[in-house]
Write a protein of this length. Structure first.
Length: 421
């Protein structure tokens, strides 16, 4: 096999890999970006529902999980403002929408993908698609990166191979296998920002419905986390941003805890049970009869399709039976609309991977491996994952910038050292 020689090889053409390659090439290094798929940036195109939520101005360490404490230095060095400024230098105009979310002004992920591809070309970085890196071997000076049919040499390697999420868009375990072969460990992996599966019979009648609620994940009746937002009801699952964030907590539970987990929806979070009871009591004089009386009362507070399912089962309900006890039952049902969790919809539906290479094995100032000097890691492959809202892409951009610049700087230092000998 013929061997090409580069200063830096970047393994993985996702968000962090493209950014790392651009920054290294802009710093003067001879760079090749290796992507296993036939096109770079496929997952980027799907981010933010196709709008590409670049970052979030309200970013804090509380928006991240895993080794978030160790990663704080990265966010201090590359704040949302600096990432936005870097994109503006590239010629990308951004806009800020709700809850601090920042997007390209076009609101199209393809704008960002095309920009990065153009930058790769303009900086002289080579893009090599269809290259599946199967192993990386240290040599006397640098590394050999081999695919089933090709091999190349590079003085330094940046591994930005992503995680297991969205295998249909290129997600997989290849990056972790490369990391283990180089001496790294990998924490347990599980899908995050994913729909939670619930019994089909419990939710099927609500398919397509939406509700604003405070969603809580309970384990053995105790609340582990509560997030407000819009809940979407699928045929056998709950979805929506608030559910995605609960899925991260669910994935970290033990197997026994998962068996005892449920999602509780508070459909009127602004009101206490006593307040709802009074609202129902005030509406009780309407001309509803039998079971329709209870449904009619709830329909004045929540959507009809939800009222029909929230209503506690009680045979032979009559208007006269809507006594204080029954009104209390209805009020509690509105505040405690429960769904047992049976799992998640898995890797194909997950937006991000939780778990990865511990940051204790990485120099966060440069993203260089402490186990194998000369190798750098960026993005999702590391043990950091963020909430919905641009936090995961911010991690990708910032680690890509740091690794690309650090690897190029080290390369220049080596060249100067060699020239002085």
């Amino acid at each position: 096999m013929a061997e090409s020689v580069y200063d830096i090889a970047v393994v993985g053409g996702g968000a962090s890999g493209m950014m790392a390659a651009v920054e290294a090439a802009r710093a003067g290094a001879r760079v090749v970006l290796l992507e296993a798929q036939q096109r770079a940036g496929r997952k980027l195109l799907a981010s933010g529902n196709g709008r590409c939520n670049l970052t979030n101005r309200l970013l804090t360490a509380q928006n991240y999980h895993g080794d978030a404490g160790t990663a704080a230095h990265v966010w201090e060095r590359w704040t949302p403002e600096l990432v936005i400024r870097e994109f503006r230098r590239f010629g990308l105009l951004c806009r800020e929408l709700e809850e601090g979310r920042v997007y390209p002004y076009s609101l199209q992920a393809s704008t960002v993908q095309k920009l990065l591809l153009r930058l790769l070309e303009n900086t002289g970085a080579e893009l090599h698609c269809g290259f599946l890196a199967e192993n990386i071997t240290r040599k006397e000076k640098g590394f050999t990166i081999a695919s089933p049919s090709e091999r190349l040499l590079a003085q330094r390697v940046i591994i930005a191979a992503g995680g297991k999420a969205a295998p249909q868009l290129g997600g997989g375990e290849s990056g972790y296998e490369l990391a283990r072969a180089l001496g790294h460990t990998v924490t347990p992996l599980f899908p995050a920002l994913v729909q939670l599966a619930v019994p089909r019979a419990r939710v099927k009648a609500l398919k397509g419905a939406r509700a604003l609620a405070a969603a809580s994940l309970l384990v053995d009746g105790r609340v582990r986390k509560t997030v407000r937002g819009e809940v979407l009801f699928a045929e056998a699952a709950l979805s929506g941003i608030c559910i995605f964030e609960l899925s991260r907590v669910y994935g970290a539970l033990s197997e026994q805890e998962q068996k005892n987990a449920c999602v509780r929806l508070d459909l009127m979070p602004e009101y206490e049970i006593g307040d709802i009871k009074q609202l129902l009591k005030g509406a009780r004089g309407s001309a509803f009869h039998g079971a329709e009386a209870a449904e009619g009362l709830l329909n004045r507070l929540i959507a009809q399709e939800l009222a029909n399912r929230v209503l506690p089962k009680q045979q032979g309900t009559t208007e006269q039976e809507l006594n204080p006890r029954r009104l209390s039952q209805l009020a509690v049902a509105v505040k405690q609309f429960d769904f047992p969790v049976t799992g998640t919809l898995g890797w194909e539906h997950a937006q991000v991977t939780a778990g990865g290479i511990p940051l204790a094995e990485i120099n966060e100032n440069t993203m260089e491996s402490r186990c194998c000097p000369g190798v750098y890691f960026t993005g999702e492959i590391l043990n950091i994952d963020g909430d919905c809202g641009g936090f995961n892409l911010h991690w990708a951009w910032s680690t890509g910038i740091i690794a690309g610049r650090a690897a190029a700087l080290k390369n220049r230092e080596d060249v100067c050292t060699e020239s002085q000998k």
